[in-house]
Design a protein around this ligand. Structure first.
Ligand code: PMM
Length: 307
């Protein structure tokens, strides 16, 4: 099978599903629902039962306009949840822009650092992730949430996002990180304007990112560009909570286009979608494995990833 393998993370031979646990009172799409640590842990375990390969735990909202939380508050929110989930053998990623939070999270078992700022928010991040030796998601970012949309000015969004991402990758590699530990993310919704079509251009040209050879993560779930696509005839955006079917559609398309992972709020239908895409990819000419064999390998791998 063709899917990228990232050391230390599940490798079922298809696009992975990362389920989101926002331990925040104010996140973009599920604000408040999992703020209580017990609820967050329960939710993470439920996401795994629904088919999540990785659970992404974050303690700071990045919704447009959000203000930052203190580092101590972020640590207080995420560390107990990560600790409890890793004790259950759940592969956990930490969604943080802070090197000290990343370090603490890896210390209690996180297997992946997901930094929406690609190391720009905290200059210590590239050195710390290189030193911890865990995989690192480098997302495209141009500034903090309170004013990021004013920075969404592009002549050629695909080329600029890819070039800026590769510069961030260079910064991480310069600190000694292994290239096999780097994952790219075009950062849908972050300094991307729905009305300018930035998000759709990036999705339509995913090959510009997969073609770099790095695994690619896509976070489209419940984002504003979907709420606008599905707006009422009078232009009222569809509530984000009602955009899960559109998220599944994006998942199918990007998984078929070779994405390594999708980050989603509702796991089960997206877990189905990545399996559909994997079966279709397996049936392409030149692929030696049958769709049924690919699905059987996937089941075997998923069963063993939590043992
Ligand atoms: N989006 C959000 C948070 N973290 N991480 C990555 N790698 N990619 C994303 O697109 C991304 C992310 C914002 O989503 P939420 O607040 O609705 O969970």
């Amino acid at each position: 099978m063709t899917s990228a393998v990232v050391p230390g993370l599940p490798a079922p031979g298809r696009c992975l599903v990362m389920g989101v646990v926002n331990v925040t009172p104010d996140s973009f799409s599920d604000g408040g629902a999992w703020f209580d640590p017990e609820k967050a842990i329960r939710h993470g375990l439920d996401l795994v039962a629904e088919g999540a390969d990785i659970v992404d735990v974050g303690g700071e909202s990045t919704r447009p306009g959000a203000q930052r939380v203190s580092q101590s508050e972020e640590l207080r929110r995420v560390v107990p949840v990560i600790e409890a989930l890793t004790a259950e053998n759940v592969p956990v990623s930490v969604d943080t822009m802070r090197a000290e939070v990343a370090e603490a999270a890896v210390g209690v078992g996180a297997r992946l650092v997901n930094d929406v700022s690609g190391g720009l928010a905290d200059p210590a991040m590239p050195r710390v992730v290189a030193a911890t030796g865990v995989p690192y998601v480098v997302m495209h970012w141009r500034g903090h949430s309170h004013d990021m949309q004013t920075r969404a000015i592009y002549a050629d969004v695909v080329r600029e996002v890819r070039d800026e991402l590769l510069r961030r990758v260079d910064a991480v590699l310069a600190e000694g990180a292994d290239p096999s530990m780097v994952i790219l993310d075009p950062g849908l919704g972050f300094a991307k304007r729905p009305e300018a079509g930035h998000n759709w251009s990036l999705l339509a040209h995913l090959d510009a990112f997969t073609g770099t050879g790095y695994p690619v993560l896509v976070g489209a779930s419940r984002k504003g560009f979907l709420t606008r696509l599905l707006a009422d005839p009078d232009g009222t955006p569809r509530p984000f909570i009602e955009c899960d079917d559109a998220t599944v559609a994006v998942t199918s398309l990007v998984a078929a286009a070779g994405a390594w992972c999708v980050r989603v709020h509702r796991v089960r239908p997206n877990a189905d979608a990545v399996r559909v895409a994997a079966a279709m990819r397996a049936a392409r000419p030149g692929n030696r494995e049958s769709p049924e064999q690919a699905a059987a390998d996937d089941r075997a791998d998923h069963g063993s990833s939590r043992l």
